[in-house]
Design a protein around this ligand. Structure first.
Ligand SMILES: Cc1cc2nc3c(=O)[nH]c(=O)nc-3n(C[C@H](O)[C@H](O)[C@H](O)COP(=O)(O)OP(=O)(O)OC[C@H]3O[C@@H](n4cnc5c(N)ncnc54)[C@H](O)[C@@H]3O)c2cc1C
Length: 299
């Protein structure tokens, strides 16, 4: 990896951090090291990086804010790419705007508010960056981000392509891109908004989160997807698992679909806790829970 790191540095203007602990880049605060953690300066820099990685056969993955990511304790072989410096926001004609993938969700909502562009208020309080929100089709209060997208700019094997929303395959908490596809920006089609009404919606959503999600420990939000017609938290609660602990990982006392790091947890603790929850919920209710959190890396 040292050789690849130096090859990258020859043309790459961004940052390259070798053996970077992923626990520093995930909200669960667990996860072993990434061989190389790369932060491109801009789109051209990202292209240079991808070329070197492809030429050297180095595996890669992209991260946003790491708020929906469980990295195993062995870490990630190859390169982890953060788009945090691709953070341009532009108002376009009509009720449209374009945002790069590294923009923080809160900044996106505030920019839309200032521009009186309504339709993204539900995103307030969903932590992370735009690329991660699109990659997960993040949503809340009955709304989902991809419903507001006009098109995505995706960097893939064929280069940079603009994919209209109608051509995308997405649904509840998923977006299927061609393997290796990286979202670099999105264009949104919004509505004319009344600033006071928008502010009131934003405040309402934030208050709801303060009341239901103040769990007090590092977490990744909902750990399991809601099964069709049901709520994962109710099934976990009904199975008597509130407060269940494995090492430093625990089912939150406040919200049973939040698994929290009470201090010193490992990824293995979270994986064992999740396995126990799946098993007990299946035995109690017959429902097979699936993780919403993306699990990556080596044991
Ligand atoms: C307290 C709390 C509350 C939460 N509430 C909600 C909620 O209400 N609704 C909700 O949907 N989620 C919620 N989440 C989960 C999380 O915030 C969202 O899934 C968020 O969209 C993840 O964004 P991220 O930038 O952290 O992505 P990451 O966790 O870094 O990545 C998520 C996935 O997206 C992929 N990805 C990231 N960037 C790109 C890109 N540029 N191109 C292609 N793929 C990419 C990653 O490879 C990974 O598979 C919550 C989390 C927390 C901690």
């Amino acid at each position: 990896m040292d050789k690849i790191g130096s090859l990258i540095k020859q043309k790459f203007r961004g940052k390259v951090l070798p053996d970077e602990p992923m626990s520093l880049h995930t909200s669960l605060k667990v996860g072993g090291p990434a061989d190389l953690f790369c932060i491109p300066e801009d789109l051209d820099d990202l292209r240079e990086l991808l070329t070197v990685l492809a030429e050297t056969g180095t595996p890669r993955m992209v991260v946003g804010g790491g708020f929906n990511l469980l990295v195993r304790d062995g870490g990630i072989r190859g390169a982890v790419i953060s788009l945090e410096r691709l953070n341009r926001l532009d108002r376009l004609d009509g009720f449209r705007m374009r945002a790069e993938a590294g923009v923080d969700n809160g900044v996106l909502v505030r920019f839309a508010h200032e521009e009186r562009l309504a339709g993204l208020e539900f995103l307030i309080g969903i932590p992370g960056r735009l690329g991660g929100a699109l990659g997960m089709n993040a949503g809340a209060h009955g709304e989902e981000i991809l419903d507001r997208v006009e098109s995505l700019d995706v960097l893939g094997e064929k280069g940079l392509e603009t994919r209209p929303a109608a051509a995308l395959d997405f649904g509840y908490r998923y977006l299927r891109l061609a393997p290796g596809g990286i979202i670099v920006a999105a264009t949104f089609k919004l509505e004319q908004g009344d600033p006071a009404e928008m502010e009131s919606r934003i405040e309402g959503f934030l208050a709801h989160r303060r009341n239901t999600q103040r769990v007090g420990y590092p977490n990744a939000g909902s750990f399991f997807r809601n099964p069709p017609g049901g709520h994962a938290w109710q099934l976990i609660d009904a199975a008597g698992l509130r407060g269940l602990k494995v090492g430093g990982a625990q089912v939150s006392q406040v919200h049973t679909n939040f698994l929290v790091n009470t201090g010193g947890a490992t990824a293995a603790d979270f994986l064992e806790l999740a396995r126990t929850i799946r098993e007990k919920v299946k035995a109690q209710s017959g429902v097979e829970l699936e993780e919403e959190v993306r699990i990556v890396g080596e044991e």
